[in-house]
Design a protein around this ligand. Structure first.
Ligand code: UD1
Length: 420
């Protein structure tokens, strides 16, 4: 397994181009299964999760070509049972369930496994499919769904922790080819849901209200091929913005969507980080001494859980007490013990992490536990004195396109150590 070696203490300076959004492209790739015509997706990040989803589509019978940032999928003839082990490995693969049901009226997919960021049930996905008239059984690790007739219906998708992003995507995709009208209440409002709806509509679907808690889908009898450009990755943009602030540098994000980042930019401003926006160009630098802040993660348009770990690093570098409360995924604090190795003082009280910031961080070997935790450890390594080695970086390669190369261009002393 590769690792990243970082010699910290260099303020990041320069410009970085933001890639296409991982969380938008995965469901969009799944949506290509809804038509027997070719689809072209542009601005696709070259990530291991994307290549992995490509393999899943191929295992179902689709032809997949990925060149530069253009992905072509032709699902002319597909089968409804996915490869158990392939699907089990990636949580995002659950979003093939909706398209398979829509197109074939049946699907058999493995239950995505648990994950270190907390229990990740799929009950809401299944509830949505059942509302459309699907008979769902869960047995021997498989979800088997059959719907000789898929009928539009009203479905409430709010759960204990709020709406579900991929659950909303799944129901939207199945309902696109159902008979009649489906109304999703308490739908996820994330920009990635809007991007999926835009793609589906360009395929001939009739979806309105995406981005609001009520989404209406008028089913159509068939969908056609389409071309689509994926939205920029707001989590990648937030990660670089925080890295700029953490290292005391100045970084310009190119091709970002500041309108997708209001909650993050608001908190950065509160902590005395200056965020200047000019269209899709955003420049981030400290405004002076950092100020402690309180952050609570929430579904969109609240502060994203996927930026919680990175923000915690900034809090570690800020004198005073900051509090970060995780409301989306319980136990998403695996990075805390690793940050402690660098000298951070963080205690966990229920869903909150209390950060006593301002202690100097010094490099150490650390272990990445999940995608965003890895990004946080890289930022911490960039801000710490000495050398930090982040092990198990395959997590970071799942969701950040060439992060080491992008950081090097900003002046970071970061090397990938290949496993021999
Ligand atoms: C997506 C993102 C992930 C992000 C998350 C929350 C992708 C590929 N992943 O994951 O990066 O962190 O949104 O913004 O887009 N829940 C249930 N029952 C369900 C489904 C979810 O109780 O059937 C709960 C989850 O345990 C969690 C909350 O709902 O507490 C939100 O999860 P959800 O929005 O579904 O996350 P994902 O869509 O899997």
């Amino acid at each position: 397994m590769d690792s990243l070696s970082i010699r910290g203490g260099v303020p990041l300076r320069g410009e970085v181009q933001i890639s296409g959004a991982k969380n938008a492209v995965l469901p969009i790739m799944a949506a290509t299964l809804l038509t027997d015509e070719p689809c072209v997706i542009r601005h696709v990040p070259n990530l291991s999760d994307v290549r992995f989803m490509g393999q899943i589509l191929e295992s179902l019978g689709a032809k997949v070509e990925f060149e530069k940032d253009v992905l072509r999928v032709h699902a002319k003839k597909i089968q409804g049972a996915g490869d158990y082990d392939l699907i089990r490995k990636m949580r995002g693969s659950i979003c093939i369930l909706g398209p398979l049901l829509g197109r074939l009226r049946q699907a058999k997919v493995s239950l995505p496994g648990g994950c270190v960021i907390g229990a990740r049930p799929v009950d809401l996905h299944l509830k949505g499919m059942e509302a459309l008239g699907t008979k769902v059984t869960v047995q021997n690790g498989y979800v088997t769904a059959k719907a000789p007739k898929l009928a539009g219906s009203e479905v409430f998708l709010g759960g204990r922790a709020g709406p579900t992003v991929l659950g909303t995507a799944n129901v939207m995709m199945a309902a696109a080819l159902a008979d009649g009208i489906t109304v999703i209440e308490s739908a996820a409002c994330e920009p990635e849901v809007i991007d999926l709806a835009d793609f589906l509509n360009s395929m001939g679907a009739r979806i309105t209200g995406a981005g609001s808690p009520t989404v209406q889908i008028a089913g159509v009898s068939r969908l056609h091929g389409a071309e689509h450009e994926v939205i920029p990755d707001r989590i990648e943009a937030a990660t670089f913005a925080i890295a700029a602030a953490a290292t005391g540098g100045e970084v310009t994000l190119r091709g970002a969507r500041p309108d997708h980042l209001s909650a993050v930019f608001d908190k950065l401003s509160e902590s005395n980080v200056r965020v200047e926006r000019k269209g899709r160009i955003v420049t981030v630098k400290r405004g002076g001494k950092l100020r402690p802040i309180d952050v609570t993660t929430l579904p969109y348009s609240g502060f994203p859980t996927d930026v919680q770990a990175q923000m915690m690093v900034l809090m570690c570098l800020t004198s005073g007490i900051s509090i970060i409360t995780e409301r989306v995924f319980e136990s998403r604090f695996m990075h805390v013990s690793e940050l402690a190795r660098l000298g951070a003082d963080i205690s966990i009280e229920g869903p909150s992490a209390i950060v006593k910031g301002g202690r100097p961080l010094s490099g150490a070997p650390v272990m990445a536990s999940d995608l965003r935790a890895s990004a946080a450890l890289v930022i911490a390594g960039l801000a710490a004195s000495g050398t930090t080695v982040v092990n198990r970086v395959y997590h970071i390669d799942r969701g950040y396109e060439q992060i080491d190369e992008k950081l090097r261009k900003l002046g970071a002393r970061i090397e990938r150590i290949k496993e021999t």
